[in-house]
Design a protein around this ligand. Sequence first.
Ligand SMILES: Cc1cc2nc3c(=O)[nH]c(=O)nc-3n(C[C@H](O)[C@H](O)[C@H](O)COP(=O)(O)OP(=O)(O)OC[C@H]3O[C@@H](n4cnc5c(N)ncnc54)[C@H](O)[C@@H]3O)c2cc1C
Length: 498
Amino acid sequence: MAIRTPQEYIESLKDNRVVYCLGERVKDVTQHPILKICINWMAMDFVLQQDPRYQALVTEKDEEGELVSFVFQPQRNVEDLLRLREIVKLWARVCYGKPSGAKFVGKDGLNAVTVVAQRVDKQFDTNYSERVEEYRKYLQKTDATIALGMTDVKGDRSLRPSQQQPHQDYYVRIVDELSDGIVVRGAKAHISEAPLSNEIIVLPCRAMREDDKDYAVCFAVPANAEGLTLISAEPEIREPNNFFDYPLSASIYLNDAMVIFDDVFIPKERVFLKGEWSFAGQIAYMFGNFHRLSAETYKAAELELVVGAAALMAEYNNVARAPHIRDMLTWLVQYAEATEVMGRAACEYCVSEADSNLVYPNPMYANITKLFFADNWHQATKYLQDIAGGIVATAPSGKDYFNPETHDMIEKYLGGKAGVPTEHRLRLIKLIRDLTSSYEDVLTLHAEGSLAAQRLSIYALADFERYKAAAKRAARIKDEVEHPLYSQLPDFPPRSLA
Ligand SMILES: Cc1cc2nc3c(=O)[nH]c(=O)nc-3n(C[C@H](O)[C@H](O)[C@H](O)COP(=O)(O)OP(=O)(O)OC[C@H]3O[C@@H](n4cnc5c(N)ncnc54)[C@H](O)[C@@H]3O)c2cc1C
């Protein structure tokens, strides 16, 4: 089949999947007014693949000469990673800051298992890489949409998966092994787009010990598999198609759903890790490397929107020249541009996987960039809300603005600088409300891993020996420890001039 049309994607969702939304079992997800928001947003991937202006960027020919999605290719060099970045940025710019979710998270899961399956095969003489490659071909041929299920529901956070009480299913685990596959049980939480995806790749969300080996499992499953239940996240919006009041939330619904596995059979050709517990953490961290790069890429595009909204509002209210407003705008610009350049560095300084032709984003830079933008997001939304004023919380609805009985009063009294139409100001106010919603705050903090996850990675990766050697040299501390860089440097000040 190779690349699909948006309509083909939508038709593929009529497959008896078990989806719940707002208290009801949804018989046909394609007809549901709220789920349609997510479907239409995901369909943009297929719109772009069909568009001659973008096809060369977002598609590639497979070995049979058929056009397939570029994001399903393995990543082999800096150029591949930079191209992936351009694609994510295009998705994000087209969809008002949020990349179409059709393959956005799933591609990072595919890249993570591609790298780590080879490591597992080397140590255990397994054939996971072959299975991953077969699965990749399947994704390419069907042009599937894929969600990624890593985050388990986790129960008591202080306990390991096998220690949980009162049941053992807080992390997805293998409950039975058959000659032709495995049976899995448990639940994943916050799995974006899962109810509207064709496929879900499932990874462990943490490092495991031997006692947890049943939880060291990685596989791919169709979203309509028997025993799978998908419970939609409560949508922000209950009024579809109202783009005046909800410019973003009427266009974008990630549907970060619960995915419940009630003894689901997974055929062995779709299993990519089965009990090799020492590799569970490696898959989780490798997914983090790829997904943090994706996050900082779309965030850089979303920040263009945030800075633009702040600058426009300052203009509409005619406060742009005030020193404190300029300070805030300057801070916003440095935040947006630093996120952009740091994310790019994670590609430019990518790591080559040993004994293979694969690369992955620089883990240190990918983690630092994610931590940087997530840790500063609330500061950015605070500035945006500060510049915009209280009207972000109190503006009348579009229904009142467009009601002939109240329109003229709102038009007259909610104007800004002369010459700026009141409607423009109101539309911008609504955009800022959506951009600074609590959903956006929580998403930025937790999606792609909480701040502590990045801090842990940065600490573990830090080259403290280099930093300490620099300090010892400046303090003239002489000890037995040699450092390959600092111990070789010439004396300073030069002895010859002493
Ligand atoms: C909008 C959105 C979309 C998402 N999409 C996806 C997706 O598509 N796929 C996916 O797999 N995941 C997804 N996630 C999940 C995301 O990766 C998690 O939210 C994140 O990893 C945090 O996990 P948690 O929500 O379970 O929070 P928790 O783990 O409960 O974390 C809450 C706090 O407790 C701390 N904490 C947790 N455990 C410990 C511990 N053992 N010791 C000390 N402190 C601890 C954390 O550091 C944090 O400060 C999404 C999340 C959001 C918000």
